[in-house]
Design a protein around this ligand. Structure first.
Ligand code: PRT
Ligand code: ZN
Length: 300
């Protein structure tokens, strides 16, 4: 951290919004991609701890994910992007401003393949290895289960085969790591994904608050666009009503006249996952030349 503190005076004083993101790990690429899609031009960062954006009053701090909640809580950074699991484990006093739709995973109990757990009571008096002792302890206390928790910082999944724990409690996404270690999924403890967090001091700083609200609008427009597509088609004039009823668009579609008087072009924004459901109905209703285009930003 010495490099950071050398720049601290200048860093704190420039009035820019400070956003902490993971330096190197599962959330790094998606966090940077989101910011770039928001139109932010980020300086190349290589091994630097702090970079600025060329076209916005925003500085980005690159940190280990475990440090982000406390840095935001303590006002070293105004904002952060981090897994909800880390915020809960650190019991940080921060506000979740937006769920971001990436870094999705589930904190679960993992048990040896040959074991079965009838119900949550079966955890009574067992030893469970985890990197999430705070979340696990709260969960067990709520269920009135007494179990021994062993805190391990990495490779939790090898604990049962080493004989130091009966079960584990770890993040799972595909389940491949559990399988590789002859373990299987059991009870879910928590669903998590990456979130944008802000500290409580931001409300008292009107300039930064404005910068934040603008940034949040950009982020929301990128997230809205991600799940939507722009659909275009040609259709006979007398099919417009039927096609409008088929289209699951948020707003009334745009209908444009064509050189051929009996035909029109219909444009609309639809949820991406519904395209294949409606495609054949559109064709049956007379639609032709159907095009589906990506949307980069969508301000609702
Ligand atoms: O160095 P730094 O401390 O910053 O990073 P880190 O190594 O602590 O975290 P990192 O990069 O592994 O994860 C960052 C965040 O990504 C986590 O806090 C979660 O919010 C989220 N995330 C999403 C995951 C996973 N999916 C995930 N699968 N974090 C970890 N895993 C691990 C899990 O611990 C297990 O070892 O991946 C393995 C299981 O994956 P599957 O696909 O085999 O089930
Ligand atoms: Zn970490």
């Amino acid at each position: 951290m010495s490099g950071f503190f050398r720049f601290k005076g200048e860093f704190m004083a420039n009035g820019n919004l400070k956003l902490a993101i993971q330096k190197k790990g599962r959330l790094s690429d998606d966090s940077l991609r989101l910011l770039r899609t928001c139109g932010l031009e980020i300086e190349s960062y290589n091994e630097r701890l702090l970079v600025t954006t060329r076209n916005y009053k925003l500085d980005i701090l690159f940190l280990r994910d475990d440090d982000i909640p406390v840095y935001v809580q303590d006002n070293v950074a105004d904002l952060g992007i981090v897994g909800e699991n880390v915020i809960l484990e650190k019991e940080a006093d921060v506000i979740i401003s937006k769920t971001l739709g990436f870094g999705k995973c589930r904190l679960r109990i993992g048990i040896p393949e040959e074991d079965t757990l009838e119900n949550i009571e079966s955890l009574q008096n067992k030893t469970i290895a985890t990197s999430y002792p705070v979340i696990l302890r709260k969960f067990l206390d709520e269920k009135r289960i007494k179990a021994k928790i062993i805190q391990i910082s990495g490779s939790v999944e090898i604990a049962p085969s080493l004989g130091i724990a009966d079960y584990i409690c770890d993040l799972v996404s595909t389940g491949a790591t559990l399988k590789l270690n002859h373990l299987k999924k059991s009870f879910p403890i928590l669903d998590s994904e990456a979130v944008l967090i802000q500290n409580k001091f931001l409300e008292d700083n009107p300039e930064k608050k404005l910068l934040f609200e603008n940034l949040l609008t950009r982020i929301e427009s990128v997230l809205n666009a991600k799940n939507s597509k722009y659909i275009m088609m040609n259709a006979p004039q007398d099919s417009v009503e039927e096609i409008t009823n088929i289209l699951p668009s948020l707003k009334s579609p745009t209908v444009l006249s064509l050189a051929e008087k009996s035909m029109v072009a219909i444009h609309a924004v639809i949820p991406q996952d519904q395209f294949w459901e409606i495609n054949s109905d559109l064709k049956k209703a007379g639609a032709s030349g159907i095009l589906l285009l990506p949307i980069e930003n969508m301000v609702l």
